[in-house]
Design a protein around this ligand. Structure first.
Ligand SMILES: Nc1ncnc2c1ncn2[C@@H]1O[C@H](COP(=O)(O)OP(=O)(O)OP(=O)(O)O)[C@@H](O)[C@H]1O
Ligand SMILES: [Mg+2]
Length: 333
């Protein structure tokens, strides 16, 4: 690892140094297959020691971006540095610094979990004894010790995914690419995987992940980029992205039509729905905003039967940005 690539911080853990070193930086990456443009000039900058999530609908080009940055396919244009090495000029040095867990498993089902791990140790040219030690340690860490001597084909989907990531870690990479690490996992396995990812980051590893799950990006990522139609249409912290879309509101529901009508009069900014006797009042969800709404109801002696606060989440952002005719990069940045 070059001495300049030092971990900075993890989400919510300590301050980020202002001059955070980039683990990945890319400028104008382009890739086409035939006449289909998959990546249409994407820029990325991922500080070392952080978690970056690339979001996007099916076919957006997430896997293509991962494959380019991990040297598995070459870009048609643009340039990128990974772990301080130029992708085009020094692919070998990039490979030595990274680990990749692909969207589809690299586990060989015919051999045992342990043999899969030892194979990786061999690929990384670890001495035999060191390879055994690393394999055993990782199998233990990923809860696979008991299953280690069984053929990997007998593992559940979650176990295979854990083995996949354990195999990626054999070479102690400083940057890991995880292409949809939790797709197909049950809620408990997903949370376990999140915990593993957080531990990696605490250890100073930079994580580049792609995901379809917005809560996953929200949970793990320091920064998120949304890829759509080959372009990054938004980039920022989860909070910054949520601020891009309107939609925060307080919803008041009534059973008494008179109370409903009185509330609609007291809160003229609200959108009334006569059929369901509900009133939707725009709100940023802040304490001050809620107090204003409640004060107005109190002053008019109105009691709502139900009050719910809706703040925009990443689902709202995703739908707003990846819908046909969504805002352009310039408009939302
Ligand atoms: N080797 C290839 N040859 C031709 N087309 C390809 C190749 N690899 C990817 N594509 C095309 O590039 C586009 C982007 O694919 P990619 O796998 O990067 O999308 P993705 O965002 O990872 O999608 P998903 O969410 O389904 O995994 C798709 O239209 C796909 O068909
Ligand atoms: Mg993919």
């Amino acid at each position: 690892m070059p001495s300049s690539v030092m971990p900075t911080s993890t989400k919510g853990a300590g301050p980020r140094t202002p001059a955070a070193v980039s683990a990945v930086s890319a400028l104008g990456l382009r890739k086409s297959y035939g006449d289909k443009t998959v990546l249409d000039g994407i820029d990325l900058r991922i500080p070392a020691g952080s978690v970056f999530a690339l979001l996007g609908p099916n076919g957006a080009g997430k896997t293509t971006a991962v494959k380019i940055l991990s040297t598995l396919v070459s870009a048609d244009g643009g340039q990128a540095q990974v772990a301080g090495h130029d992708l085009a000029a020094d692919a070998q040095a990039v490979r030595a610094a990274i680990g990749v867990t692909g969207q589809f498993s690299a586990v060989d089902g015919l051999i045992t979990g342990e043999e899969n791990m030892l194979l990786m140790a061999d690929l990384h040219l670890l001495p035999r004894r060191e390879g055994r030690r690393v394999a055993a340690e990782l199998l233990e860490r990923f809860g696979l010790t008991e299953a280690a001597k069984k053929p990997a084909s007998t593992y559940s989907g979650g176990m295979k995914r854990r083995l996949d990531i354990a195999m990626t870690l054999v070479g102690s990479p400083r940057i890991i690419f995880l292409d949809e690490p939790t797709t197909g996992l049950d809620p408990r396995s997903r949370h376990n995987m999140w915990q593993i990812i957080r531990e990696l980051v605490t250890g100073g590893v930079t994580v580049f992940l792609t995901t379809q799950y917005l809560d996953e990006a929200d949970e793990l990522a320091d920064r998120i980029a949304v890829l759509n139609d080959g372009k990054i249409v938004a980039e920022g912290t989860p909070e910054e992205l949520k601020r891009l879309v309107p939609g925060g509101h307080v919803r008041l529901r009534f059973t008494d039509p008179d109370a409903y009508r009185a509330a609609a009069a007291a809160l003229p900014a609200g959108t009334p729905d006569e059929d369901s006797l509900t009133l939707q009042v725009p709100s940023d969800g802040s304490q001050r905003d809620l107090r204003t709404v409640l004060d107005r109801l109190d002053n008019a002696r109105i009691e709502a039967d139900e009050l719910t606060v809706h703040t925009p989440d990443l689902d709202d952002v995703f739908f707003a940005l990846t819908a046909a005719g969504g805002p352009t990069k310039e408009a939302v940045r």
